[in-house]
Design a binder for this molecule. Sequence first.
Ligand code: PLP
Length: 395
Amino acid sequence: MEFCKTHLLKVQEENLYRKPVRYRFLDAVHVELEGKTYLSLSTNNYLGLTHSSAVQQAAIDAIFHYGTGSGGARLTTGSHPLYQELEEELAAFKKTEAAVVFNAGYMANVGVISALVGRGDIIFSDELNHASIIDGCCLSRAHRVVYRHGNIDDLAEKLKNTPCSGRRLIVTDGVFSMDGDIAPLNEIAALGETYEAMIMVDDAHAVGILGRGGCGTTDHFGLQGRIHIQMGTLSKSLASEGGYVAGSQVLIDYLINKARSFIFSTALSPATVGAAHGALLELQNHPELVETVLQNAQYVREALASAGVPVEGSITPILPIMVGEAARAVEMVALLKDEGLLVSAIRPPTVPSGSSRLRLTISAAHDRKELAKAVESIIAVSRRVKLSCKKDVKR
Ligand SMILES: *Cc1c(COP(=O)(O)O)cnc(C)c1O
């Protein structure tokens, strides 16, 4: 096992060593850590629904009605009644014919991509797509063509110059998880139609954020019926865990019969499915949550940018502060922690080398006064480490 030790020493030297930290959430955005209370600016709990009493009650009710575990895979004995409710609700929310739930967003991507394409087919994939999409591409054994991030000209050229006698799939994050920008899905859809490619969007960070009522990137661009595969997760805005795919009935029936990560894993527990269903209902009953998270994000983005902090992203609540070197990102995280703020340092291999960053995520559950104080601290720390303007950061 010497190679394990060698690897760990190497990542330690590179400031890339990681370990799970014991977090105790007191509510959606406050955390107790080592006996102190912090404000978290790094949770994907965009709407704060993990601590909604209605959502918590849905999980509790699910346990009382159906027990703690599902006891089987979806196609054997694990499809408890809450699954049907959730899948029907998801399809209605996404305005598609049908939807199917997977055990994680990761498993949805891996299962869907490997079910749809294989040897002799080609996947066109944005260079900043999530790791689970990349792993799905590898598992599928299809040829993968990577296009430059959000670059339609590059995608068009690659579609044109890559002959294919099999199937084509274009896959992209809707909102990029580490960058917070939005894929040009309207242009991607048009290209897909020209080249007869299937189009798949990963809406992990778009649901609860973009589109009417927070229903995602497809609606944001008005592309109903033109995006074949809308994947998403139940683990971010929807305050639970699991993944899903929404699309045509034939797609969903196909995936149920073909996607190995769907077939060969025990179904989610009733509490998990019940919580996701409860959160989806809360989102639909409280569309103002979407407004709140967007406004909170806009407030923080503008306050940081006007102070010269190199904050990127778009209208979404993912705000990357580009730092460059991993060591400096780690230093900033420590300084912010002294100020009572929890922020994640995103380092290689999650992002390309030299593009380490702080990734702020803003929630509807954040209080404006606390955000204002956090902004002051971030500005002060940025000045202390002499964080310079955007041009110095290698991307
Ligand atoms: C989080 C995430 C996933 C994985 O979803 P899980 O439910 O956490 O497994 C997939 N794609 C993107 C873009 C994500 O951010």
